[in-house]
Design a protein around this ligand. Structure first.
Ligand SMILES: [Zn+2]
Length: 216
């Protein structure tokens, strides 16, 4: 993502979202994690942003049992060490009623305010890393990021637009296989159509982020 000399290796996506074996009854979710070369500055910057993902993803209701377990173990330990994190996450939180349209059930949940700029930045950095891993070259062009685990409480229009983007991208991605060694934690698909390249991240089986790369 820059022209500096690479001095270290960085995980993409971050190692911290993959459960430690002590938390999984011995199941290894850290098989063949993806690493890319990184300069010192971006390594430090990415690590800081990656940490935000570690809190946000397992906290979401859009997660499988691996994500729930990660929330109950690693995330809880981190909060115990630094209670300010829980305070920051709960700032501006609102009680909401969620309608599960598949099971047609209703339940109470807490809507947490997500720092979208931060999430976009971290997905963008990870998308550049995955691109480099696959194509052995840097992508320095613009990237747009969408997430399906964020909702606007006051704009159905925005939520519908977001759903439309994911439905449209599915048309292009559906003929490509999910990749990744630890798919209960992270899997990805990649497809290109003309100047547009899509990298879709799936975290904990349900939460998706879409990176749209605009080639020249
Ligand atoms: Zn750099």
């Amino acid at each position: 993502m820059c022209e500096c000399v690479a001095t270290s290796q960085e995980h993409a996506p971050p190692k911290c979202i993959f459960p430690e074996q002590k938390d999984t009854d011995g199941v290894d979710y850290r098989k063949n994690l993806i690493k890319v070369p990184s300069c010192d500055m971006h390594n430090t910057e990415k690590s800081t942003e990656d940490e935000y993902l570690m809190y946000i993803l397992p906290t979401s209701i859009a997660t499988n049992n691996v994500g729930i377990n990660q929330f109950l173990t690693k995330v809880q330990r981190a909060i115990k060490r630094n209670p300010g994190i829980a305070f920051n996450l709960s700032q501006g939180a609102q009680k909401v009623i969620v309608h599960d349209t598949e099971k047609n059930s209703w339940f109470e949940a807490l809507a947490i305010r997500m720092d979208m700029e931060r999430v976009r930045k971290v997905i963008e950095m990870n998308a550049r890393a995955i691109f480099f891993k696959l194509h052995k070259e840097k992508f320095l062009g613009p990237i747009k990021v969408y997430t399906n685990f964020s909702l606007k409480l006051d704009s159905t229009e925005q939520n519908n637009f977001q759903e439309k983007i994911f439905n449209m991208s599915e048309l292009l991605l559906r003929s490509y296989q999910l990749q990744g060694e630890n798919q209960d934690v992270f899997a990805y698909r990649i497809a290109r159509n003309g100047d547009i390249e899509l990298i879709e991240f799936t975290f904990y089986g349900i939460s998706k982020a879409l990176a749209v790369l605009q080639h020249d």
